[in-house]
Design a protein around this ligand. Structure first.
Ligand SMILES: [Cu+2]
Length: 653
């Protein structure tokens, strides 16, 4: 067998998508979630404000997908997901993003429906770097530098970036701060409050004592201040993150050892909203939240005969604590100092048989979730028993296997078809099981369900890739049968109604297609479409549609690139979403069509200047994920930005 015939990692999986810094560099570079949602029709962003967009993949969000930074687990501290995992790496540090869709990851616990891995740039030898600046509408600025240096043995890269903006305006000319109404409305003096002010610092060191060993150490610090979230009732005063991860690879042994630690502290308040009026402390409500995650992993790759094998063991601890004050209610321990401790082992292998590549993976996990009753305050200490009686426990251990099999048939070197099946499991997150938030008067409480069972996914995926000359087409379909899917609902059995979570059976299915082609030496076209649908199969419901399932979305981009000058016209269309869950008061979302254009010029290898206009026709539109689902009320719908002109300048030295 020659090297060229080796099975690649990609061929052992289902649908894999990738994007690189080259694509990111020519966007307005606000945040990674927004960029992915723009590039891939099956990825959608949850628009809460000017930045920090969370994502869904094929209709799966929250902990149903794993979002990793250089393979490291990291979780947001905010109980309202103001700081999703994907927000914790600067767009400027990202070299590449790998998206593995479907239930085909056994290397990480809980990749129920997919995994998104942000990979940071490595330093190069020698000395160099770059300075960059992006500026745009609404006083958006983003600037910083990156510098690297080193020899064959030790290389270091360090970077800094600063992002700042005022609230953007929608296509109807209103600032996003003008959308919340009633007591959630921003004070008149705050309508032009800073929308985000973010500093990121990172240092990455790569040590290669010889050709056989590599050590990588990556440290990052982020401070996001004054981040506005009109989608919610509060805004972030600050969100501070430290993360460090290290990796040691011994190539001749095929061994990789990695370890990580990260910590996020988050302070959100309603101090810029009308609801805080009259409170001398400056806020009516506030949540101070902390989370830390640390873990380690050892992986060994083997080759036995012609079978590629990978085995591994990993463990992590995720701790989450949030203290809330609401009027005079002491809701300490709204997330009551929950520990999730996991240990897992896995094995995966692949073998080439004639034109077939057969791959399989298997994993077993043991996960303990435990909340601390003593962390609870006076207002929320009796909520679990008020709603779930005495028959519950604040500690639960779940042990479960997961696995998958993929069979790929190679039509030729590049083209193939595949079918795969996977069984995956994820434990309820600390919020779903243990949230405890008492609200005043007739306002519904928010309480977790300590009896929740882990979600199980049995999913079939099938797809093809076909390349001929300068033309390629890729397609995938999936059907996910979900048991004990964790779903928001209106709990009416306690002292007063509450929002809580229940296990339901459900299914989500859909597909996507991508076409790429070179029309001439300089002109290329890229087209994509994705559709997904979600239905409930059990539970106490009147509407069988699952909430927060994005509608059909398509993208068409035509690019011109001669190496010096490039230009791109891109159209994005999303159809109306009328398949909504009225049990959660979900509302239909209108269709939209937007056009984005950009052009750029490379001066030699060193300087790049680009200009872009997003939403060229200044359309006023909303995505389907533009407001918060709650069985009692509909949150503020946050429109997408109106016409947004930006400029990118990059200089390498
Ligand atoms: Cu928050």
């Amino acid at each position: 067998m020659t090297v060229a015939e080796e099975v690649t990692e990609k061929e052992t999986k289902g649908e894999v998508k990738e994007t690189t810094e080259e694509e990111i560099k020519i966007t307005r570079q606000i945040d990674v979630g927004e960029i992915l949602s723009n590039l891939f029709p099956e990825i959608n962003h949850i628009r809460k404000g000017g930045t920090a967009n969370d994502i869904t993949v094929r209709g799966f969000g929250r902990d149903n997908i794993n979002v990793l930074l250089d393979g490291m687990r990291i979780y947001g501290a905010c109980p309202n997901r103001m700081d999703p995992a994907i927000f914790h790496m600067s767009t400027r540090q990202v070299k590449e993003i790998q998206i593995l869709e479907g239930p085909f990851d056994v290397e990480n616990q809980g990749s129920l429906a997919g995994v998104v891995n942000l990979i940071s740039r490595d330093p190069e030898a020698g000395a160099g770097g770059s300075v960059y600046f992006t500026g745009g509408f609404f006083n958006y600025i983003h600037g910083g530098f990156e510098a690297y240096g080193g020899n064959d043995r030790v290389k270091v890269l360090t970077g800094y970036s600063k992002q700042f903006s005022h609230p953007y305006k929608s296509g109807e000319g209103k600032r996003i701060t003008e959308y919340p109404q009633g007591t959630a409305a921003y004070k008149l003096s705050e309508l032009d409050h800073t929308a985000f002010n973010i500093d990121n610092v990172w240092v990455k060191t790569v040590i290669t004592p010889d050709e056989e060993n590599t050590i990588k150490i990556n440290y990052g610090f982020d401070e996001a201040k004054d981040v506005l979230y009109p989608y919610l009732l509060m805004d972030a005063v600050y969100d501070r993150t430290h993360r460090i991860n290290g990796e040691y690879e011994i190539k001749p042994l095929g061994v990789k050892v990695s370890a990580y630690w990260n910590f996020v502290k988050h302070d959100m308040q309603d101090r810029w909203r009308k609801s805080s009026s009259g409170w001398s402390r400056g806020y009516m409500m506030r949540t101070l939240a902390k989370t830390k995650t640390y873990g380690a992993k050892v992986v060994k790759s083997w080759k036995i005969e012609d079978i590629n094998l990978k085995t591994g063991i990993d463990a992590y601890l995720r701790n989450w604590k949030a203290d809330n004050t609401l009027m005079n209610l002491d809701n300490r321990g709204m997330i009551p100092d929950v520990d999730i401790k996991n240990v897992g082992i896995f094995v995966k292998g692949s073998k080439k048989i004639d034109r077939f590549i057969v791959s399989a993976g298997f994993r077993v996990d043991r996960t303990k979730s435990e909340a601390d009753r003593n962390a609870l305050g006076t207002a929320n200490s009796t909520l679990y028993s008020a709603y779930y009686g005495t028959n519950y426990s604040l500690s639960k251990t779940d042990t479960y296997p997961s696995g998958n099999m993929v069979v790929r048939y190679k039509l030729d070197k590049r083209s193939s078809v595949y079918i795969g099946f996977g069984h995956t499991v994820r434990v309820p997150d600390p919020q779903e099981r243990y949230t405890a938030l008492a609200k005043p008067m007739t306002k519904p409480n928010w309480v977790g369900n300590p009896n929740l069972k882990p979600t199980k996914n049995n999913e079939v995926d099938a797809g093809f890739e076909y390349y001929r000359g300068l033309f390629g087409i890729k397609g995938n379909i999936f059907y996910s049968d979900l048991t004990d899917y964790v779903y928001l609902y209106k709990l009416t059995t306690g002292p007063k109604p509450a929002q809580s979570y229940q296990n339901i059976d459900a299914h989500i299915y859909g597909g996507d297609i991508t076409v790429i082609g070179m029309l001439t030496d300089t002109v290329s076209v890229e087209a994509g479409a994705a559709y997904q649908r979600g239905k409930k199969d059990s539970g106490n419901y009147t509407d069988s549609d699952l909430a927060e399932i994005p509608p059909l979305k398509t993208r068409l981009a035509i690019k011109y690139d001669n190496g010096t000058v490039f230009g791109q016209i891109e159209g994005i269309y999303a159809s109306r979403q009328g398949d909504v869950d009225s049990d959660l008061q979900e509302q239909p979302t209108k269709s939209y069509y937007v056009v984005n254009v950009k052009t750029g010029f490379n001066a030699g290898n060193r300087a790049f200047i680009g200009v872009g206009i997003d939403n060229l026709f200044d359309k006023n539109y909303y995505t389907h994920l533009s407001y918060l689902r709650n069985p009692f009320s509909t949150g503020t719908k946050v429109p997408e930005p109106g016409r947004f002109v930006y400029m990118n300048v990059n200089y390498r030295f």
